[in-house]
Design a protein around this ligand. Structure first.
Ligand code: UDP
Ligand code: MG
Length: 310
């Protein structure tokens, strides 16, 4: 049977971009040639987005719409679209045309050549504030340094994923979702597709600073235990330093060199604090394990099997 593509588009207060965005994406999907569906997930928009979506869906049977009762956030909206997708490959794209629709065709080519994941890698960002550029640049690098899973640099959620990857992904039902991290954790053969990120077609970013910080912390807390080990390492260092201080004081005392007696107290206090830090880090490790178990991710992911009896 012929393969099918699903395009997943989260929408939050995007009335200004929706009509043009649909026009461009639909044209690109037609050009690629596979049967396709476009799934819009309305993430609790309070503007006219839903009205526009109703119009588009009425005139285009390939368009499907799921609408949330309130704003649940971009990562949840994408997951909801993926839950509904029927395609053999799923493509996740922003509605604001910052991810150029013509890149979809190149992702599909990589998929045809056998890639399990084809992710968009931004060469340049056009029309974004210096603040966003600098924070994004720094964040991706800190995340990569801190995280054990392979999260490629300068990569957002714009990507194509094969059905077999999507099925594994959808088994992960954790509530704090950071899709790029989850994708990196899953492994599979991921191929970059480089592109220049456009300016937003119209309207303002829907990622407020608060939402961005939330996403950033979901990435770090969910995909790295570095902050915990850091706390322990700091405690260990502090303990080592107080030990040196203590030895110095003992030497001074033995040599009968006078020094103020409160230095003993300082050493004792710092040592106690260091021990507290060490135990906090230890406690954190147990909590981290509980969190890990709660996420209930698959133990392993088999990508291919040969000569296995079913
Ligand atoms: N979005 C969403 N829910 C939100 C925030 C954003 O569904 O709470 C959608 C938004 O409509 C767009 C995509 O997520 O399709 C990316 O958002 P935006 O372009 O505002 O973020 P930026 O590109 O500025 O990081
Ligand atoms: Mg955008």
């Amino acid at each position: 049977m012929e393969k099918m593509l699903s395009l997943i588009v989260p929408v939050y207060n995007e009335e200004e971009v929706l009509p043009e965005s649909f026009r461009q994406m639909d044209a690109e999907m037609k050009k690629i040639g596979y049967p396709y569906e476009i799934i819009y997930v309305n993430d609790g928009s309070r503007d006219g987005s839903m009205k526009i979506l109703r119009g588009i869906a009425a005139a285009n049977p390939q368009v499907k719409v799921r609408s949330f009762s309130r704003n649940f956030g971009h990562q949840t909206a994408v997951t909801c679209g993926m839950d509904a997708a029927k395609g053999d490959a799923l493509i996740i794209i922003d509605v604001d045309l910052q991810d150029p629709p013509e890149v979809i065709g190149r992702m599909v080519e990589e998929w045809e050549k056998g890639a399990d994941i084809a992710y968009g890698k931004r060469l340049k960002r056009k029309g974004e504030t210096i603040f966003k550029k600098v924070t994004a640049f720094a964040y991706y690098r800190v995340l990569k340094a801190m995280s054990a899973s392979a999260i490629p640099l300068d990569t957002g959620d714009f990507r194509l994923i094969d059905r077999k990857v999507a099925d594994v992904f959808l088994r992960m039902r954790e509530h704090n979702r950071f899709l790029r991290g989850m994708s990196g954790w899953m492994g599979f053969e991921a191929v970059p597709v480089e592109y220049v990120r456009n300016e937003r077609f119209a309207g303002k970013t829907k990622y407020t600073l608060k939402k961005m910080l939330r996403l950033a912390s979901d990435g770090i807390v969910g995909f790295s235990d570095r902050p915990l080990t850091l706390c322990g390492e700091f405690g260990g260092l502090l303990l080592f330093l107080t030990l040196l201080g203590l030895i110095a004081l003992i030497v001074l005392a033995c040599c009968k060199v006078p020094f103020p007696a409160w230095l003993w107290a300082v050493c004792g206090l710092v040592a106690l604090n260091a021990i507290t830090l060490l135990f906090m880090s230890l406690q954190g490790m147990y909590m981290n394990r509980m969190y890990d178990e709660l996420k209930d991710r698959p133990l392993y992911i088999v990508a291919e099997e040969l000569n296995m009896d079913k």
